[in-house]
Structure formats: structure tokens, C-alpha cells
Design a protein around this ligand. Structure first.
Ligand code: ZN
Length: 338
């Protein structure tokens, strides 16, 4: 393994550290200077002295943690050249959620791209993933096993719409991560022809409002509160809530709730059963196995560093395909609810 590249980025307990720039990427503990790839809680944490991220990621952090989440913030436009000391930086779209970016770090002729979480397939709620040529590509491996092949998301939503038509007396309750997944499922429902109001749990409201402000049309969203009317108001309705709400009495407010969950993990039937999910929807904001390997082939880096998930299988695939690769073994990045 080349030690040369570790002069530029090196895994530390706090996160990936850049010695010549004295900054961390997606640190899991408060640090002096943090570069953040996207707003998910395992990547974006409150309490850094200085944060550099895209405007949308900074906005999302402010929505989730309050305006005082960092001492200072600096916005990075996609494609803009930024320098910290003699390290050159550029943010490129990652296609994961609104505002998500890969961070390219260049110094002394070496270029490393930290992709954060990414997905190459089209998503109408964020800018498309852009492969960036580099010496070292740091890839996630959330779904880094050959068994993970995500189906077409639009087809998954058509299964949901068919169930809604078949069950006009039941409320469809869909668990979806509050940043990214919820808005994508809503947008997919609209693109699939569903124009009725969609009801959302209060925990989703601020981020849905923000997506709408950013030009992502989610249609008519209404609060999923039963206080004013009766249960019958939600017969045949589509209701979205964060995964955490499904352990609460909230669910029992609805008539004959049909529990659905939108996640890449729904491909594992046992997980769906454990959660009591009647209608699993395999919709993921991460690259699946084919997309991980295709992306590595497209980027064609000298080395691949693998993190966030099933590192060993992807490292092995790289070795079998003549690519140098290593697992980073960093802890604190678990996208269980993705
Ligand atoms: Zn993420």
C-alpha cells in the first residue's frame, strides 16, 4: 500500500485527516476545521469550530442542529476552486441527497477524492453524481456485497401505488429517512402519477419545506395529525414518517395501517419481517454492488480506499480485478436507516 498518499489523507479516530491542510473530512467528533460531504447525521455533526460544505449542506445542518451548529461556516460551490494552505479543493456532486458532494483534495501532484455517500443512478431531488478522475478514490461500501442489487425505484413506487389502489380503506404508512429518502419517495410518487395530498409526520416538515424552497416540487403536503378529524380521514391516504416514529403510538392513530418502509435494507426479507413491514420498498440512496464496481472502473484510480460498510468484499473484488485497495476501518458511520 502506498504510504505516499497517506501524507495527504490519513484515517484517524476523528475521521479522515489532511495533515498539510490541517482539516478533517466528515469528522465524527468536534474538530477545529471540518469539511462535510452531506447532511446525514453520521457525516455532519454539530460542534466544529469551522465548517466548509455546500450551501445546501450548511442549510441542512442549520435546520437540523440550529444556526449555531458551528463557530464559522464557509460555503463551497460545486466546481469552485478553493485552497486551504497549499492544498487545492473542489466539491463535486455525489447524487446522494440534496447538497451532497464528493470532495477532491489535491496536493503535490496527488489527487484524492473522498466521495462520502453516493449513488450514480438518476434522482430528481439532487444533482447527479459525477465521476472524478483521481489517484485515490475513497468509496463507501454500505451495500458492498454482490447480493445487493437495487431494483428500479420508479417500479418500487408503482408497487406502492398498486397497493394503495387495492386497499382504499387502509392508510399506507411509509417509513423513510427524514433527509433525502422521504423527499425522493414523495417526488417518485408525483412522477408516478400520484397527485393527491401526501401526509407527513411533523419531523419531516422542515426538510420537505427546504427541498420545496430549493425548487424540488413535492406537491401538496399536509400534516399527518389526527387531532382535528377522525381516523377515517386517512383511509386510502399515503403517510410518510421517519423510521423512529414507527415505534410510537403515532402509528395507531391511523385506520388499519399498512406498514411500508423505503430502504436499501428492505432487500433483506428478514429485516423487513423484524420491523413488521408489510410492504418493503427497496429504494436506496447508496450505490448498489454493480454501481460500486462500475464506478471504480470508470474512475480508474491508482488505489481504492473502502469505507462505511462491507469493506472486505469490495477490497477483494478490487484485488481480483487488478486494483490496489485497502479498507479504512473507520468507525462511527452507520447508515442503518438509509
Ligand atoms: Zn448519507
Amino acid at each position: 500500500m502506498s504510504k505516499r498518499f497517506e501524507q495527504l489523507l490519513v484515517p484517524r479516530p476523528e475521521g479522515l485527516y489532511c495533515p498539510p491542510g490541517d482539516f478533517f473530512i466528515d469528522p465524527v467528533r468536534p474538530v477545529d476545521r471540518a469539511l462535510i460531504t452531506h447532511g446525514h447525521a453520521d457525516h455532519a455533526r454539530a460542534g466544529h469550530h469551522h465548517v466548509l460544505a455546500t450551501t445546501q449542506t450548511l442549510d441542512i445542518m442549520a435546520i437540523r442542529y440550529g444556526a449555531e451548529h458551528a463557530g464559522q461556516t464557509q460555503a463551497a460551490a460545486l466546481g469552485e476552486d478553493i485552497t486551504i494552505g497549499d492544498v487545492a479543493l473542489r466539491f463535486h456532486p455525489a447524487g446522494h441527497v440534496l447538497g451532497s458532494a464528493q470532495i477532491a483534495v489535491t496536493w503535490k501532484g496527488m489527487k484524492i477524492v473522498a466521495s462520502g455517500d453516493y449513488k450514480p443512478r438518476p434522482d430528481p431531488t439532487c444533482a447527479p453524481f459525477e465521476p472524478v478522475a483521481c489517484d485515490v478514490f475513497i468509496t463507501e461500501a454500505t451495500f458492498g456485497l454482490p447480493v445487493f442489487r437495487h431494483p428500479d425505484a420508479a417500479a418500487e413506487v408503482q408497487r406502492l401505488l398498486a397497493s394503495v389502489r387495492r386497499n382504499p380503506d387502509r392508510a399506507h404508512l411509509i417509513g423513510a429517512y427524514s433527509l433525502g429518502k422521504a423527499q425522493r419517495v414523495i417526488r417518485l410518487l408525483r412522477d408516478g402519477g400520484y397527485q393527491a395530498p401526501i401526509f407527513i409526520h411533523g419531523a419531516l416538515k422542515k426538510l420537505c419545506d427546504y427541498y420545496q424552497q430549493q425548487g424540488i416540487d413535492l406537491g401538496d403536503l399536509q400534516p399527518a395529525t389526527v387531532a382535528r378529524g377522525g381516523k377515517g380521514d386517512f383511509a386510502g391516504a399515503v403517510v410518510l414518517g421517519p423510521p423512529s416514529a414507527f415505534g410510537e403510538p403515532w402509528v395507531r392513530r391511523f385506520p388499519e395501517p399498512l406498514i411500508s418502509f423505503a430502504s436499501g435494507w428492505m432487500q433483506i426479507r428478514q429485516r423487513a419481517r423484524q420491523r413488521g413491514v408489510e410492504l418493503p420498498l427497496v429504494i436506496s440512496d447508496h450505490a448498489d454492488w454493480d454501481e460500486l464496481t462500475a464506478t471504480i472502473n470508470t474512475v480508474a484510480p491508482e488505489e481504492v480506499w473502502v469505507t462505511h460498510g462491507r469493506e472486505e468484499a469490495l477490497v477483494r473484488w478490487c484485488a481480483l480485478n487488478g486494483r490496489r485497495a485497502r479498507p479504512l476501518h473507520m468507525v462511527g458511520y452507520e447508515d442503518e436507516n438509509e
